[in-house]
Write a protein that binds this ligand. Structure first.
Ligand code: HEM
Length: 127
């Protein structure tokens, strides 16, 4: 049959649900990141990141059905994202990947490499 997507290999929606829920639990405690999020309730942001990642890794395209083309750099333009914010974001994601799910090392490394690259690409404030 068709080769499994990365999305399926890591356990599908349940895995992304766990990673992103833990990620936002860490964001909620982070003094630098929390004030950047415009909504008091982080559940909308959580759903958007979960759906985006599911789509990116080969799962359902619900994100784009709801939000259109991701254009993530543009969507982050309203927020001041410097190196400290990037590092804080990655710290929260590292905790989620290491503590919340039990992935095969090659899957965890692949996700981590992507997040490092993507987070760096979101930096929009260099001084
Ligand atoms: C939205 C911060 C990196 C994916 C947001 C929002 C903020 C934010 C404040 C608005 C919250 C909302 O939607 O209500 C940051 C910071 C980052 C970062 C400080 C540090 C580098 C990333 C990365 C990804 C990502 C690396 C993807 C791998 C998203 C998505 C949304 C979002 C999908 C929702 C976009 C939409 O449909 O409106 N982010 N972000 N972010 N972020 Fe990030």
């Amino acid at each position: 049959g068709t080769p499994e997507t990365f999305y399926e290999q890591v356990g599908g929606e349940a895995t992304f649900h766990r990673i992103v829920a833990r990620f936002y639990a860490e964001v909620a405690k982070d003094e630098l990141l929390r004030p950047l999020y415009p909504e008091e309730d982080l559940s909308g942001a959580e759903e958007r990141l979960r759906l985006f990642l599911m789509q990116y890794w080969g799962g359902p395209h619900t994100y784009s059905e709801q939000r259109g083309h991701p254009r993530l750099r543009m969507r982050h333009a309203p927020f001041k994202i410097g190196l400290a914010e990037r590092d804080a974001w990655l710290r929260c994601m590292r905790i989620a990947l290491d503590e919340e799910v039990d992935l095969a090392p090659e899957h965890r490394d692949q996700l981590w490499q992507y997040f490092e690259m993507a987070a760096h690409g979101m930096v929009n404030s260099w001084f």
